[in-house]
Design a protein around this ligand. Structure first.
Ligand SMILES: [Zn+2]
Ligand SMILES: [Zn+2]
Length: 262
């Protein structure tokens, strides 16, 4: 069995992350979020020798356009299931939405989802969206957490992320850069609120709260291009990991990341 992750793009310009579980004979691939145009997803998949048709399902964490983006058109085109909370679906498509050939499936906090070789466990996060969910993924052996877009690490989040072997973790902003940035005050307030995004020290604290000897992979993600920098995110996480700053992988907004096995 192998469980691995490849980020295809991270941040406000569009998020998409591929999770793959391989049993030796069968393989399941999940795309988490589709904030990129379908043609762009195709291009980034081809860069790792995959096609759109290699995706088995899409999970959308919440309705913000950098996450939901083009998920519905991708799923309609490929005839594959789209999973999200009911609140997320309603926020995008409206109440009483006509799903019109969209194979939409309801994801709920704490209710496992079986996708062949992959099992997902969604959990609620505090973020200014209608019913945001983030995820733990497992192949039955290893556990991988994906957690971005949260204003703080609630006790629920910390509990959900125990016992991981790998995590893709939001390190959204540096506090000084955000304070000094040209963003209007309401936006600074939104980002730094309890329902906004994790600052570098908040990410480091969350990592401390879930750290154990089996957690080997930490990928920093969803960095603000204006209010953060890879070296600042690395400087925050490296002391928790006990490694050199250069060893902390950071997902690039445009290029994403390499494959990381957990
Ligand atoms: Zn986002
Ligand atoms: Zn968001």
């Amino acid at each position: 069995m192998t469980l691995r992750l490849r980020n295809l793009g991270s941040g406000s310009s569009g998020n998409a992350t591929l999770i793959e579980a391989h049993s030796g004979t069968t393989c399941s691939r999940l795309l988490i979020d589709c904030g990129l145009r379908v043609s762009e997803v195709k291009k980034r998949l081809q860069a790792c020798d995959l096609e759109l048709s290699d995706i088995d399902a899409v999970f959308v964490t919440h309705e913000h356009s950098d996450h939901w983006g083009h998920a519905a058109s991708l799923c309609r085109r490929l005839g594959i299931p789209l999973w999200s909370s009911e609140g997320t679906m309603h926020a995008v498509l409206g109440e009483g939405a006509d799903l019109d050939e969209l194979d939409w499936n309801q994801a709920t906090d704490g209710v496992p989802i079986d996708l062949g070789d992959l099992q997902l466990l969604p959990f609620t996060v505090p973020h200014d969206a209608r019913e945001p969910l983030q995820l733990c993924c497992t192949d039955g052996d290893r556990r991988l957490g994906v957690v971005t877009d949260l204003g703080h690490a609630s006790a629920h989040v910390v509990r959900a992320l125990q016992g991981l072997h790998g995590i893709m973790l939001e390190t959204n902003h540096d506090l000084d850069r955000l304070r000094l940035s040209a963003y209007p005050p309401f936006l600074k307030q939104r980002i730094s609120s309890n329902l906004g995004h994790l600052s570098n020290p908040q990410s480091a604290q969350l990592l401390r709260d879930v750290m154990h000897p089996g957690l080997r992979l930490v990928l920093a993600a969803h960095l603000s291009e204006r209010n953060n920098a890879p070296e600042l995110a690395r400087a925050a996480l490296a002391p928790v990991l006990g490694c050199n700053q250069a060893e902390v992988p950071v997902a690039d907004p445009e290029q994403g990341s390499d494959w990381w096995s957990v």
